[in-house]
Design a protein around this ligand. Structure first.
Ligand code: PLP
Length: 427
């Protein structure tokens, strides 16, 4: 085991904000010294099996030789140059790959620095599309329990329950919310599930710019898997009323659900696609928004003539080089079989949780396993239990879920699932 140095936890606690926790009374934080494959090594010397892939990002775990090499090679050439007026091979190669592997007709690529920004870009593309057509269509329709990010446009289409909307209410554009789909992924499809969204569209068709949703898997909004026919139906609604469809595949992209992109379950193509999270295999922040030639041309013919967005780190060569190596690695290995195997194992190993009094439901799709409890957990307490059991699993609300790196070994996966069983039966 490597020698570790205790971090200055007091400084961290006093000065560094962590996600969604109090600055003055934060939830405890564990120090990470290093990470390799599926193991995080803490500054206490303990090693934890990673069940979170650092929030959907690390497809191949940590310290991946091909990705390290890509980063090192690129950094010696150039870490970054502005994308305004300049271009480079890493961005061109990535653009080609993304056009090729994403659903049909998505041919124009906007590179940005994070998922939330990719969603803002998607919303702005839709708005500029209608602006260019001289139409006032400027509202967005989405489904409840969705999550699209923490910037303002993204927040406005994220589920309004809880503090996100309440806190910023006067500043947030008002969007339209259809109920969450009720027919689950593996249930018998019934067409009435589309009734509510259909009437919302019919009643607001002249105001709606686009429908935005997470295809098949609703992530941070509830870890719920809905029926592919619902997605197909939404695509048909958009076609019927001439609305744009934005698919947010920031969590689902790159094989996580068992398809390279979750849209493939419904055999549909969105008009605008957002991807991020796993694109660099968890190495650095990068995201992309793809759209059709038709939408790009329409925007270009509008009054502005250009698309009005341009982040400082757009097309960052270092991030693009790692993304290229990550996508090459994904496509050169039998990811589909691997995700299927993880899926089968998750189903087997999580099945005992179904018998627990405190468990409401157990769901598995692709390399995602979810145990929904009847009551919300005490995160600090449960987190500590997991660490003591040698695993890194971060629950939220009633949900204990894992989406491990694709390289996870069967014994490691078993240990993750056993830990969930133990925590769900005791806490
Ligand atoms: C994580 C996530 C985002 C936001 O991405 P960030 O990189 O955190 O800004 C948007 N949409 C979905 C579906 C996500 O899972």
């Amino acid at each position: 085991m490597s020698i570790t140095t205790r971090l200055d936890h007091q400084f961290d606690k006093d000065h560094l904000w962590h996600p969604y926790t109090s600055m003055t009374n934060p939830l405890p934080c564990y120090g990470v010294e290093s990470a390799d494959q599926c193991l995080l090594t803490l500054d206490s010397g303990e090693q934890l099996i990673d069940g979170m892939s650092s929030w959907w990002a690390c497809l191949f775990g940590y310290n991946v030789p091909e990705l390290n090499k890509a980063a090192k090679n690129q950094i010696d050439k150039m870490a970054h140059v502005m994308f305004g007026g300049l271009t480079h091979q890493p961005a061109i190669a990535l653009g080609k790959k993304l056009v090729e592997i994403t659903p049909a007709n998505l041919e124009k690529v906007f590179l940005s620095d994070s998922g939330s920004v990719a969603v803002e870009v998607a919303l702005k593309m839709a708005l500029q599309y209608w602006h260019a057509k001289g139409s006032p269509q400027s509202q967005f329709l989405t489904i409840r329990n969705g999550y699209h990010g923490d910037t303002f446009g993204a927040m406005s289409v994220t589920d309004p329950e809880g503090s996100m909307h309440e806190l910023y209410h006067d500043f947030l554009p008002q969007q339209l919310f259809a109920p969450q789909p009720t027919i689950a992924f593996d249930e018998q499809w019934e067409a009435h599930d589309l009734n509510a969204i259909t009437s919302l569209v019919e009643n607001n068709q002249h105001n709606i710019a686009a429908i935005i949703l997470e295809p098949i898997v609703q992530g941070a909004g509830g870890m719920y898997f809905y029926h592919p026919q619902y997605l197909k139906g939404v695509r048909m609604l958009c076609d019927k009323y001439g609305l744009l469809l934005i698919a947010d595949e920031i969590a689902t992209g790159f094989g996580r659900t068992g398809k390279l992109f979750a849209c493939e379950y419904a055999d549909i193509s969105p008009d605008i696609l957002c991807i991020g999270k796993a694109i660099t295999g968890g190495y650095m922040s990068l995201a992309a928004t793809l759209t059709t030639t038709h939408i790009a041309n329409t925007i270009s013919h509008g009054k502005a003539g250009v698309f009005m967005h341009g982040p400082t780190f757009m097309g960052n060569p270092l991030a693009c080089a790692v993304a290229n190596a990550n996508i090459d690695k994904l496509l050169s290995f039998n990811w589909q079989q691997c995700v299927e195997q993880i899926s089968t194992n998750l189903s087997t190993f999580l099945a005992p949780c179904k018998t627990l009094e405190r468990v409401k439901a157990v769901r598995v799709l692709g390399a995602i396993g979810v145990v929904e409890l009847k009551q919300a957990v005490d995160v600090a307490k449960v987190q500590k239990q997991f660490v003591e059991l040698g695993v890194w699993i971060r629950p939220f609300g009633k949900l204990i879920y894992i989406m491990p790196p694709y390289i996870i070994k069967e014994a490691e996966l078993k240990k993750l699932c056993d830990a969930i069983y133990q925590v769900a039966s005791s806490s």
